[in-house]
Design a protein around this ligand. Sequence first.
Ligand SMILES: [Cu+2]
Length: 147
Amino acid sequence: MNLIMSHATMALLAFFALACHPLAAEPLDIDNPWTPEAPPGRMMAGFMTLTNLSDEPIVLVDAFSPLFERVEIHTMIMEDGVMRMRRLEHLTIEPGESVALEPGGKHLMLMRPREKLSTGDQIPVILIDSNDIEHQLISIVRPRPVR
Ligand SMILES: [Cu+2]
């Protein structure tokens, strides 16, 4: 009985070790996620660099955050001489390539905040790809850059 128990304990320990250190490397590297501070209640943006470390394209199709009612992937386009935001249904990152989400370009649109967020706060975000795989990140709120 003692032997069986110890095997069970070892199996459990092995399980937790695997859970903490997955064998498969994260295919999407998410570098320096950050969010400029915004007045309370206003929508906010998420910026970061996404790098595809896998051999297959990664197609992001959705995003969520518990701190916002809605999160969308946006790009900026020139329309009638004015820069406007447009929702992207898909954001593809080719194998080995990086896509920058940055001010004036593509970004996560964090819409309808559920609470006041200020510099130093952390925003958990999940990006969902077309294979239904979740990519987690924490965006740090920083002071709004001076233009
Ligand atoms: Cu936007």
